[in-house]
Design a binder for this molecule. Structure first.
Ligand SMILES: O=S(=O)(CCO)c1ccc(-c2ccc(C3CCCC3)c([C@@H]3C[C@@H]3c3ccccn3)c2)cc1
Length: 238
């Protein structure tokens, strides 16, 4: 991947998003807008050219799965349609490396806005986490809009959104007694999901804010439940 023309951008944005995800929600005007057990969802109200682009930051703690497993299922095109219910079509239009793909997705239309599509690179990597006392690695998936002359935006019926998304996961293990193998009961995964989606064309602010408020909690709950269910009978992927 390192010789691909997009690599410098992929590397820079992935690391920027990792730092951004690890910033707390104490500063920066984040407002808590949804809570469900361990899941806390924050947003900032922002508009660009009159369009709602409210950044979102969700923090969650999931027991019984590792950060590697969370990122594996989030990244994998093979299972995307099993959990991503707001997408109508998904295509991998370029394979930059086994951990870096370019996706084209057509999203389900949200009335009265016109249908959207998204074209983005998706990169997964493990980041050694030196400054955390538990010393557990961090896994990240970063999705960021990109252009491709073969798939021009706003040509057909869809308005092209622009997005930057990251899923940052850190695994914590309660070590069982000496010599006792680790089970899923000893594992906890701390997740930070960040996203900024620019709708790409005008849509009523009230409608978009209602969509964001409804869809994001559903989205994260569904995804994490899917990973727990997929992993429960499988060997642990550390
Ligand atoms: O995490 S991902 O990378 C997973 C890969 O699929 C991702 C998540 C969400 C989106 C997304 C795309 C379009 C829209 C809107 C904008 C105007 C009309 C459609 C939204 C709005 C935020 C709301 C939303 C949130 C969650 C799920 C669906 N809808 C979100 C794209 C990628």
């Amino acid at each position: 991947a390192s010789q691909h023309r997009l690599w410098p951008e992929i590397d820079r944005i992935s690391m920027e998003q990792l730092r951004y995800a690890r910033l707390g929600v104490g500063e920066g005007g984040w407002q808590l807008f949804a809570e469900d057990g361990e899941m806390k969802m924050y947003k900032r109200e922002e508009e660009v050219n009159g369009m709602v682009v409210d950044p979102l930051k969700a923090c969650h703690v999931v027991r019984g799965v590792t950060g590697h497993e969370m990122c594996h299922y989030f990244f994998s095109p093979d299972v995307r349609m099993d959990w991503e219910t707001t997408v109508e079509q998904m295509t991998v239009i370029e394979t930059i490396a086994d951990d870096t793909l370019v996706f084209l997705q057509v999203h389900k239309r949200i009335w009265p806005a016109s249908q959207r599509d998204s074209l983005f690179w998706s990169h997964m990597r493990q980041v050694p986490d030196h400054n955390d006392r538990d010393g557990h690695d961090i896994w990240i998936v970063c999705n960021h809009s990109t252009e491709n002359p073969g798939f021009p935006s706003n040509n057909g019926k869809c308005v092209r959104v622009s997005l930057t998304v990251c899923l940052v996961c850190q695994t914590f293990i309660d070590p069982p007694k000496e010599g006792v193998p680790i089970t899923r009961d000893d594992i906890t995964c701390k997740i930070t999901y960040c996203s900024v989606v620019n709708p790409g064309g005008w849509a009523p602010a009230s409608v978009l804010r209602a969509v964001y408020k409804r869809e994001y909690p559903k989205f994260l709950k569904r995804f994490t439940a899917y990973v727990i269910d997929q992993c429960k009978d499988k060997p642990i992927m550390f």
